[in-house]
Design a protein around this ligand. Structure first.
Ligand SMILES: Nc1ncnc2c1ncn2[C@@H]1O[C@H](COP(=O)(O)OP(=O)(O)OP(=O)(O)O)[C@@H](O)[C@H]1O
Ligand SMILES: [Mg+2]
Length: 180
């Protein structure tokens, strides 16, 4: 399959939020460790949570989301929502049915596209939103509770997790992904 993501965007990852109240940095030496982080994050999901995933093409944003969704109980195929921009997944959290919305805004060309698709309404207190390429939603995308910055480090990855809100801080405080 041809590379479907020719670089439309040449800017490096930008930070959208001005400040954070807590942060952690962890090594992800192998894809298996990315999966473990996804599992640990799944344990901390609460309705209404918004997570931004930053990082260059192929760094592992979808891989992390896939692991999180599977750990949250979704057993089907998780594909990258590159063309649909968003894909919903129904899971059960604490006996409650919750939608996890996985966004990939890489191909979003204007804020209008986000608004016209009705995405603004998806960000509510009952839906969990995970957003790849949040840089492209600047101005229309609600601010996150958590921001993850993934970078390539040798053959592995490094992830910095930043809590922007108290809700995000609770997630990080309770995250059972040990320092390594
Ligand atoms: N900790 C890790 N160390 C090495 N490779 C990893 C690690 N975690 C994930 N990977 C690999 O990196 C690739 C990640 O691809 P993925 O599609 O998840 O990237 P992405 O960040 O979503 O890219 P895009 O911006 O194109 O959507 C996969 O091949 C996966 O196996
Ligand atoms: Mg992806």
């Amino acid at each position: 399959m041809p590379d479907t993501k020719a670089p439309l965007i040449t800017q490096s990852t930008k930070q959208l939020t001005e400040q954070h109240i807590m942060h952690l940095t962890r090594q992800l030496a192998t894809p298996a460790e990315t999966d473990v982080l996804g599992h640990c994050l799944a344990d901390q999901l609460v309705p209404g949570l918004i997570i931004y995933l930053h990082g260059e093409l192929g760094v592992g944003k979808t891989a992390l989301t896939r692991a999180l969704l599977h750990a949250a109980g979704y057993s089907g195929h998780v594909k990258s929502p590159t063309y649909t921009l968003a894909e919903p997944y129904e899971v059960i959290l604490s006996d409650q049915s919750v939608t996890i919305m996985h966004f990939d805004l890489y191909r979003m060309t204007s804020p209008d596209e986000f608004l016209e698709a009705g995405f603004r309404d998806v960000f509510n207190q009952s839906t969990i939103c995970i957003v790849e390429w949040p840089e492209n939603g600047k101005g229309v995308l609600p601010l996150p509770d958590l921001e993850l910055f993934l970078t390539v480090a040798g053959a592995g990855r490094v992830v910095e997790l930043r809590a922007i809100t108290e809700k995000g801080k609770t997630c990080l405080t309770q995250l059972k992904f040990p320092p390594n």
